[in-house]
Design a protein around this ligand. Structure first.
Ligand SMILES: Cc1cc2nc3c(=O)[nH]c(=O)nc-3n(C[C@H](O)[C@H](O)[C@H](O)COP(=O)(O)O)c2cc1C
Length: 498
């Protein structure tokens, strides 16, 4: 189940256009939407939208001519593979019913578990309106504060991968540069027009009185819950953001201050810039928080220029440590969510997870580790609010296939298998790699990696196909991971070397 048939690498030239010409030139399908679904790990629901007879069969592929990179993306072939290879293996037809996505955040209903996280993506009325219309269940509004915000330019930098996709994203942005009054007006307008959408009022105070006042104002103006920003690492003044999140006594004190201002659910947004998150999370609970949001961005430096000697983003010849987000941080975020989910002292709290979520399977990983809701920024900055379609459809399809009637049934299912330490692992069995003769193209990358980064257990035969020396193989699976053709998998063959 859920074995991937198509990969991003099969459509690398596709740039996921806005108002894509491929779709406008096709009278039968929405190739742009289907390509996006492949990109966002959602090929099953894409294939389920196909008619029984493949409309691409008798077509001259005007989509490929209309493409902004004419004839560089094999659109017709990809559509045909969706029809021929993925559709026949679907476990279910496309489920129309989406009620299994309904959930709640501390008792407040959510249409689905997906929220925009506090950042530029949820910082004006117009943006929030478009996000709600697109299908997001709610949002954490850009952090509100009562001090002046004056941003630098440029303020972002990134490590990019295939097709310009962002692997890791660094920002040195601070908080909302609107006044508190302006932001409260936005809350009122949003709540009036979208009473069923969830507004998380993200706030940052400079002292007890400000934390109390801001949480009170958010409640009075329509917020459904409050998120306390103890985690931004980019503040101009010290003693704010992640400086607070690293000191449990301050987390407890300022949570208690916010609690005095509101009866709404409170989530403390915590920083990953700490060895463990539990001390701050437990302190937040003592202060009156009902949940934890995590992770905020990770302190980082990227792109040191070899000529100017300045890292990126360079602002008039200087740079600064800033927050890292996007795909690269997901493993770190998952680890923190698991830590929270396993902590008995935090039982019953809501965990709103984020860090590198781009598609439904990223989100599912967080849910399986105990997250009750999932927030997103960097992927929306790259691809837009439209990613909600594949987030919802992919998760809904997964839940339907698994027979889960709600997101909650899947929440935390992976927690018991994670250990914070490696001492619990069985160490006497070796799981051999298995080589697919059909998929192998004889590049020899497995031989190189095994020779120089492994245990010299692979050699190529005269036909350039790998031969495994079972006596030397330790079953590390480096070869499985580096094979460019995905021709190596995990074998059923195991031996015990006890
Ligand atoms: C440009 C930018 C601005 C952000 N601003 C805020 C903010 O004002 N308040 C906040 O709590 N988090 C802020 N964040 C952190 C995000 O909400 C989120 O915690 C983090 O980026 C990880 O999620 P992601 O990988 O989906 O982006 C910001 C992130 C970015 C990239």
């Amino acid at each position: 189940m859920f074995e991937k048939k198509l990969f991003r690498s099969d459509m690398l030239k596709c740039v996921l256009c806005q108002d894509a010409p491929c779709s406008s030139s096709c009278g039968k399908l929405d190739p742009a939407g289907l390509l996006r679904s492949i990109w966002f790990d959602n090929e099953k629901t894409a294939a389920s939208k196909f008619p029984t007879v493949n409309p691409c069969l008798s077509c001259s592929a005007p989509c490929e001519t209309a493409c902004v990179r004419p004839h560089e993306v094999p659109i017709r072939e990809l559509m045909t593979r969706l029809h021929n290879e993925v559709k026949p293996e679907l476990e279910l037809p496309l489920p129309e019913e989406e009620s299994r996505l309904h959930t709640d955040l501390c008792g407040v209903p959510l249409d689905n578990p997906f929220l925009l996280s506090s950042s530029v993506v949820a910082s004006t009325y117009d943006m929030c309106e478009r996000a709600f219309e697109a299908g997001w269940a709610g949002l954490a509004f850009k952090t509100i504060c009562s001090f002046d915000i004056h941003e630098a330019s440029p303020r972002f930098s990134a490590i990019t991968g295939d097709n310009g996709s962002i692997i890791g994203f660094k920002n040195i942005e601070q908080l909302s540069d609107h006044s508190v009054a302006e932001n409260m007006e936005i809350f009122r307008r949003l709540k009036k027009k979208y009473p069923g959408k969830f507004i998380l009022g993200s706030i940052m105070g400079q002292n007890d009185a400000e934390w109390e006042e801001l949480s009170r104002l958010c409640e009075e103006n329509g917020a459904d819950a409050i998120e306390l920003n103890f985690s931004c690492p980019n503040m101009v003044d010290g003693g704010l953001g992640s400086d607070i999140g690293q000191v449990p006594e301050l987390v407890e004190r300022f949570t208690a201050a916010a609690r005095r201002g509101t009866r709404l659910p409170i989530l403390a947004k915590l920083t990953p810039n700490a060895a463990t998150m539990s001390p701050a999370a437990e302190a937040a609970r003592r202060g009156g928080a009902n949940g934890i949001s995590a992770i905020n961005t990770i302190k980082s430096i990227i792109g040191v220029n070899p000529h100017t000697y300045v890292s990126s983003p360079a602002v008039h010849g200087m740079s600064a440590v800033g927050g890292y987000s996007g795909s690269a941080v997901k493993p770190i975020a998952l680890r923190f969510i698991a830590e929270l989910g396993q902590n008995p002292a935090l039982q019953g709290m809501h965990f709103s997870a984020m860090g590198g979520v781009e598609n439904w399977s990223d989100a599912l990983e967080f849910i399986l580790l105990g997250a009750g809701s999932v927030q997103v920024t960097t992927a929306v900055m790259q691809y837009g609010y439209r990613i909600i379609d594949d987030l919802k459809a992919g998760l809904n399809y997964y839940l339907a296939v698994k027979g889960f009637s709600s997101v909650k049934e899947a929440t935390g299912l992976a927690l018991d298998s994670v250990s914070e330490t490696t001492d619990v692992l069985e160490r006497d069995t070796v799981v051999f790699p298995k080589f697919s003769r059909e998929k192998c193209i004889g590049c020899g990358r497995c031989e190189i990696s095994c020779a120089d980064g492994g245990h010299q257990a692979i050699r190529l035969n005269e036909g350039r196909r790998p031969i495994l020396d079972g006596k030397k193989c330790v079953g590390c699976h480096l070869c499985v991971l580096i094979c460019p053709e995905r021709a190596i998998s995990s074998s059923r063959k195991r031996i015990s070397r006890a």
